[in-house]
Ligand binder design. Sequence first.
Ligand SMILES: *Cc1c(COP(=O)(O)O)cnc(C)c1O
Length: 380
Amino acid sequence: MKFNTKAIHGGQHDVDPAYGAVMPPIYQTTTYSQTTPGGHKGFEYSRSGNPTRAALERAFASLENGNYGMAFGSGLAAIDAVLKLLKPGDEVVSTNDLYGGSYRLFTKIYEDFGIKFHFVGMGNASNIENFITEKTKLIWVETPTNPMMNIIDIKAAAAIAKKHKVLLAVDNTFATPYLQQPLELGADIVMHSATKYLGGHSDVVMGALIVKDKELADRLYFIQNASGAICGPQDSFLMLRGLKTLHVRMQRHCENGKKVAEYLATHPKIENVYWPGFESHANHEIAKAQMNDFGGMISFVTKGNNYEDAIKIVENLKLFTLAESLGGVESLAGHPASMTHASIPKEEREKTGVVDALIRLSVGIEDADDLIADLEQAIG
Ligand SMILES: *Cc1c(COP(=O)(O)O)cnc(C)c1O
């Protein structure tokens, strides 16, 4: 089955044997009747499993070409489940230009449990190997990165992971499986903040993990059930509804992203535009090789790198909503230094390029001309 068909039908066989409903029903139930102890129809208790969530988990697996999918109450709950594979003394080599919440979870919670994190520039993937020791158990890759839109070579990272027998997990939130399928490139675990593009309508907070390997799936499923950070049936239904248009939404996000990036690049008041579709992007060739298109996430810096200029622009925008998050049908703008990345010390964030005047756009699926006109009036 091709991707566009999978977005609608993937994993969705036999969802309603009772009445043949085309959409999986919302099984709003905590428990399931048994005819004799242990005599049930596959579901016992909704933390362990729920038919609506199970339909969604099969859809996640299908979209990423995995064999097993797991849905969580948020993206961070999904990352938390991956980290629970580790033990005190273990080490992780992580992307340095990282989603702020992931960085906070790693450093403020898991470091206290005795896990050591190395935050590493992975623009040249061979750099990962310099930080691998006998204690390394996990490589954590986010690509494209947030908000600098750096690209990391997943195949090269997978080769290093295989050589040293460590797990490779990829946060695929920005790319989505429409643009990039990490399991196909050799990753062991794909993670999503499904809150963003997968849901696509800014109305559900959710996370996902997808794997191919049965043993790894069993360990993660054990953690999902034992720790209990699951999502409810109503949210599972909304996510399934969102997934069905992922391919058409992503196509338009990419088209609009290209137009907006090209407009910004020619603007006299703008200094740098970060978007992997530009030939001048440091890892454009890798992006071209591992992604099907370049997406609708763009960051840029105004000339002079003035904090107040950036604030004025995001306040002046009318169609772009000033808000955290990304990946919805509506366009959003954010100011990482004061919003998503405020929890990272200024010195640390500036090392990775998150300067005071950096603005991040999540280009939505409105008419591109209207979006460009809005930027034009806001930048002035
Ligand atoms: C939002 C986000 C997360 C966290 O997901 P939540 O659903 O907000 O918990 C992780 N990684 C990336 C890249 C994100 O954008």
